[in-house]
Design a protein. Structure first.
Length: 160
């Protein structure tokens, strides 16, 4: 930003700051009310809907294929692209690099602009990352090895 733009931005920021309400107690009170509402919704869901559980573990069942929870499915699917001795790249290096990038992002992006329309590169990279995660997650759910293992077990049972 040029100096005149920066001065206009800062003067507009100060003007809006004086028009608004203080952070404490107004914004804090709103955050507490919303947090309480979300907490009560989660408690109600846990009590009335419950969490689906699988059957008890059977160590003699060789057809069982463990699957990760939904929030790790994209990493699980990424293992297909890094086979064998390269698994550590998909499991450690790429997620570690993503977390390091997120950690250093405030230091890398020092611009004053905050509106998404004024940050096309950041919005494009974030959108690309989210689309990649959604794609990998959906792809992992489409291929269900549990059904394949059950079919293979039935075939072996009929032959034997």
């Amino acid at each position: 930003m040029k100096d005149d733009e920066k001065q206009r931005y800062l003067s507009r920021y100060e003007e809006l700051k004086h028009q608004g309400e203080s952070f404490f107690p107004y914004t804090v009170a709103k955050d507490v009310v919303v947090s309480l509402a979300v907490f009560l919704i989660l408690v109600a869901l846990a009590v009335f809907v419950g969490a689906p559980l699988e059957a008890r573990a059977d160590p003699t069942n060789t057809a069982y294929v463990p699957r990760p929870e939904w929030y790790f499915m994209f990493l699980f699917d990424m293992l297909k692209y890094f086979p064998g001795s390269l698994e550590w790249v998909g499991v450690v290096v790429l997620p570690g690099a993503a977390l390091a990038f997120l950690f250093f992002l405030p230091f890398l992006d020092r611009g004053l602009a905050r509106h998404p329309s004024q940050r096309p590169v950041t919005v494009a990279l974030t959108s690309l990352a989210v689309l990649g995660i959604v794609f990998l997650t959906l792809q992992a759910y489409q291929f269900n090895p549990t059904n394949l293992m059950a079919q293979a077990a039935q075939l072996l049972h009929f032959r034997g």
